[in-house]
Design a protein around this ligand. Structure first.
Ligand SMILES: Cc1cc2nc3c(=O)[nH]c(=O)nc-3n(C[C@H](O)[C@H](O)[C@H](O)COP(=O)(O)OP(=O)(O)OC[C@H]3O[C@@H](n4cnc5c(N)ncnc54)[C@H](O)[C@@H]3O)c2cc1C
Length: 369
């Protein structure tokens, strides 16, 4: 069964910094709408194509050592349960912490109330840095910036760092052409072309990743927060992302590099590393611990399964938790120990959807019932 929430995209209310919207509202509609009220979400991920319901249900996040993912901005939500009841959960009430990151297994979200902040401007600083330097100082880099992340292109010793910090004035905007050239043409059209070459001639992949790491040069600019956080992503890929306790990043990254070195094929897509603050949401990958996130990717049509399985095996040993909206091979059996409130979530699901109207192959795999 598939449901379309395309009709649930209305702005319901704006009361100071609390904004209630239809759960099917896409982020690319929500963000400008908030801006028109002088508001913004404190943090966002890389794209704005998702609906607010899909983003919060999967624990979607951006980066920021003092900020949680999008689900942590939810103050209340309305849900149609498996028994047809309309239930409202507000922050602090029983079940709320379980209902926000619900992986679609509890019912249909119809409305979401978000605690927003005043609209803000970000100053972005991007540039290549030796990978060893980033790994040696990542705690400081996460701590010193409002939002810090880095990309690593396999077979290179360089990282592309991105630091976004709040500033008072939007005085260095990227021109329309430069923005299109760097965020769209180079990152999508040119990169897609390079990936196609790598897929056709895998022995060229290390040269391609080295070239990709060089093409993206240093730049600085300012812009409205949602325009700096999100960019167009048109290259097709497969992805797995894991959250780790923040302190194991070096160990996890070394493990990832060993996995890549041992593969019988090459990886053309970069690795992305981000962070988030601990939160209280039962199925949030950042539940109860300050986290770092490592996302691995491979270009469409290229082999990836051994890469993903071996990375996941390593992640499991380090207490890794998968992103619910990306690929994973986990089952309820090995997820239960990773999530201290897993059984409470299953009990909530038993109450809200006793007949499993919202079960599918994925929820059966990860929740087991
Ligand atoms: C190019 C790309 C970039 C991405 N960047 C990031 C990133 O920066 N950070 C990050 O964390 N993730 C990222 N993601 C992952 C993405 O945020 C999630 O896959 C997100 O869930 C997609 O939202 P959607 O609206 O398409 O949801 P869907 O894929 O439609 O649904 C996702 C889940 O949410 C549930 N759901 C959706 N709507 C409802 C509803 N109304 N009620 C109840 N449950 C519902 C579904 O049942 C399903 O379990 C990215 C994905 C892509 C393809």
């Amino acid at each position: 069964m598939r449901l379309s929430l395309d009709g649930f995209t209305d702005l319901v209310s704006v009361e100071n910094d609390l904004v209630t919207v239809g759960a099917g509202m896409p982020l690319h509609v929500l963000n400008p709408l908030l801006a028109s009220h002088g508001l913004a979400l404190p943090n966002l991920g890389d794209i704005d194509a998702q609906t607010i319901a899909g983003a919060i249900s999967t624990g979607t996040h951006g980066t920021g050592s003092r900020l949680g993912g999008l689900a942590t901005f939810v103050e209340a939500l309305e849900l149609v349960t498996g028994t047809g009841e309309v239930r409202r959960f507000a922050k602090g009430e029983p079940g709320f912490d379980g209902a926000v990151v619900g992986v679609g297994a509890l019912g249909v979200l119809t409305e979401v109330t978000l605690r927003c902040c005043p609209a803000f401007v970000l100053h972005a600083t991007e540039g290549p840095v030796p990978l060893a330097d980033v790994l040696a100082g990542y705690e400081d880099l996460f701590g010193a910036n409002d939002h810090f992340e880095f990309y690593w292109f396999p077979y290179t010793d360089r990282a592309l760092t991105k630091a976004n910090n709040r500033v008072g004035r939007d005085d260095r905007p990227l021109g329309g052409f430069k923005s299109w050239l760097e965020d769209d043409f180079l990152s999508n059209t040119v990169f897609d072309g390079l990936c196609r070459v790598g897929r056709a001639a895998p022995r060229l992949v290390p040269s391609i990743t080295r070239l990709s790491a060089r093409v993206l040069s240093a730049r600085e600019f300012t812009g409205a927060s949602h325009e700096v956080f999100c960019s167009p992503r048109r290259v097709r890929f497969v992805e797995m992302e894991y959250s780790f306790p923040r302190e194991v990043l070096r160990e996890a990254f070394a493990g990832l590099q060993r996995v890549i070195d041992a593969l019988p094929y090459k990886i053309v897509f970069p690795v992305e590393v981000r962070c988030a603050a601990a939160d209280e949401l039962w199925l949030s990958p950042s539940y109860g611990r300050d986290s770092c996130y490592i996302a691995i990717h491979q270009y469409r049509g290229m082999p990836y399964e051994e890469y993903f399985r071996e990375f996941e095996r390593m992640a499991l040993e380090l207490g890794g938790r998968p992103h619910w909206g990306k690929m994973n091979y986990r089952t309820a059996e090995d997820l239960r120990p990773a999530y201290p409130r897993f059984d409470e979530f299953l009990a909530l699901r038993g109450e809200l959807d006793p007949e499993r109207r919202f079960a599918n192959a994925y929820t059966e795999k990860v929740f087991g019932v």
